[in-house]
Ligand binder design. Structure first.
Ligand code: ADP
Length: 477
């Protein structure tokens, strides 16, 4: 008998990649009823998070996995599983033909992409739609318009959403970047149009450095994203990163679910997030929320999405980018709103209406998330290896999203996130106390983790007072 795995391996060996017929039809593949079976095109904690949502909704799940992930929990807990290739992401979790064939072989009627990997790949969404498999996310058009950050800036400017001064779209060469910089003034930040994960960005303070930084940013962007397109933006010296969570259905209902404060970053990457932001009051929340809804409406957005803003010291905010997927830090929003964003994503992908309106959204208490990464807490270098012991405490107001366990391997091929420790308190002070308690009672041995750094952040008087910006970690020593 030929097993499913054999069929997929045969498919991967064959030249039949033409199963991927490029026939973009934005609305095809939309079922009218709840999905029977969802394939999760991801791994780790987010794959488990999606499996959990599906289980509660009575939906069968299909896990896909690379050879390195054979013993992972997402494979164990899904109803069906398909090996999609070797450890390297490019040959497994990013390999569209393997994923499509896995969906076809298992008869999945929808695919949830999670975050990272193919979550913001418009081509993947198009191919799925063409195969009558629903992509749980926005339309390929919305992904494309927001995925190119230079294009998104232009789209947002046209929609009346405030953006920082900078180039109108991508900049062709260093001379043009120099002209723009002369007009807006130093410092500026050069960013990759296809960028993400804090990569491909250069801050430039002096005219002498502009040309070399431009070339360096181009080279870095080409290597990381396969596109050397760069755009220029005014660099704010002490901004806060505030993002608005949105949920939208196919009928045009879009609501904002409050903000997340994500200014605790290392190398432009988030490490600790909280909701609500200690600096955002009701009036600002409403203002930012309404602008975020306007941004989403400009691209006919559907599903869960996040509009990221930079907030300056005078309370002015500027669009930075829109993430067209569920985000790592979504649990803090779930903790303060009591909602389940992944279930809502799945529901609205079937065409179901949101079922709630803006006035139904109530923010209760305060929530903090610490990303526990297998990383050296000082150098931030990855620390892959085998986790020897693993214990994370529970208790009131504690949530742990993880796929890790004792004796599991943290692979060097993938993201170094081991667990998301999330707490909820009646107020921010209780949330901080609860998080410190949980971090102290956590045991993870075998790999280095970011826990010592999180404890230092939580003990810092400026953090405790809510007075911090994106440069906070640089000053912590
Ligand atoms: P990515 O998509 O790689 O995450 P973003 O555009 O979201 O990149 O920016 C990531 C972080 O970089 C921000 O949260 C902020 O700390 C910093 N940053 C980006 N643009 C600016 C800017 N114009 N001024 C100051 N900081 C910025």
């Amino acid at each position: 008998m030929v097993s499913r795995l054999d069929s997929v391996s045969a498919f991967l060996r064959s030249e039949r990649v033409d199963v991927v017929s490029p026939a973009p039809t934005e609305s095809s593949g939309r079922p009218r009823e709840m999905f029977q079976k969802v394939l999760i095109a991801n791994r780790g904690e987010i794959a488990l998070r999606i499996i959990s949502a599906c289980q509660e909704m009575g939906i069968r799940t299909v896990a896909v996995y690379s050879e390195a992930d054979r013993d992972s929990l997402h494979v164990r807990f899904a109803d069906e599983e398909v090996c999609i290739g070797p450890a390297k992401s490019a040959e497994s979790y990013l390999h569209i033909p393997a994923l499509i064939s896995a969906a076809e072989i298992t008869g999945a009627d929808a695919v949830h992409p999670g975050y990272g990997f193919l979550a913001e790949n418009a081509h993947f969404a198009e191919v799925l739609n063409a195969c009558k498999v629903r992509f749980i996310g926005p339309s390929p058009r919305a992904i494309r318009l927001m995925g190119d950050k230079a294009l998104a800036r232009t789209t947002m400017t046209e929609a009346g959403v405030p953006v920082l001064p900078g180039s109108d779209g991508a900049v062709e060469d260093a001379e043009r970047a120099e002209d723009i910089t002369k007009a807006i003034g130093f410092p500026v930040i050069l960013k990759a149009a296809a960028g993400g994960g804090g990569k491909g960005m250069r801050v430039v303070d002096r005219i002498e450095d502009l040309a070399s930084s431009f070339v360096a940013a181009q080279t870095e962007a080409e290597a990381a994203f396969g596109s050397s397109e760069i755009y220029v933006e005014k660099y704010l010296p002490k901004p806060r990163h505030i993002e608005i969570q949105l949920m939208a259905d196919a009928l045009g209902n879009t609501v904002y679910l409050g903000e997340r404060e994500c200014s605790i970053q290392r190398r432009h990457q988030k490490l600790l997030e909280e909701a609500p932001s200690p600096t955002v009051d009701d009036a600002l929340r409403k203002k930012m929320g309404e602008v975020a809804v306007k941004a989403a409406r400009a691209v006919d957005y559907e599903g869960a999405g996040t509009v990221e803003f930079l907030l300056d010291e005078n309370g002015k905010f500027y669009f930075m980018e829109m993430n067209t997927r569920i985000q790592v830090e979504h649990p803090v929003t779930e903790m303060v709103t009591g909602m389940d964003l992944v279930k809502d994503q799945i529901r609205v992908a079937t065409g179901e209406p949101l079922g709630y309106a803006q006035e139904d959204i109530v923010i209760r208490g305060a929530s903090i998330e610490c990303r526990i990464n297998a990383e050296d807490p000082v150098s931030f270098l990855p620390s892959p290896g085998t986790i020897r012991s693993f214990h994370i405490p529970g208790g009131p107001g504690v949530r742990v999203d993880t796929a890790a366990h004792a004796e599991c391997v943290v692979h060097p091929y993938y993201d170094s996130l081991i667990a998301k420790l999330v707490v909820h308190g009646r107020d921010r002070a209780e949330a901080i106390a609860r998080m410190r308690r949980c971090l102290r009672l956590t045991v993870i041995e075998g790999v280095k983790t970011t826990i010592p750094l999180h404890l230092r952040i939580l003990d810092d008087p400026e953090f405790r007072a809510g007075r911090y910006d994106t440069r906070f970690l640089e000053r912590l020593d």
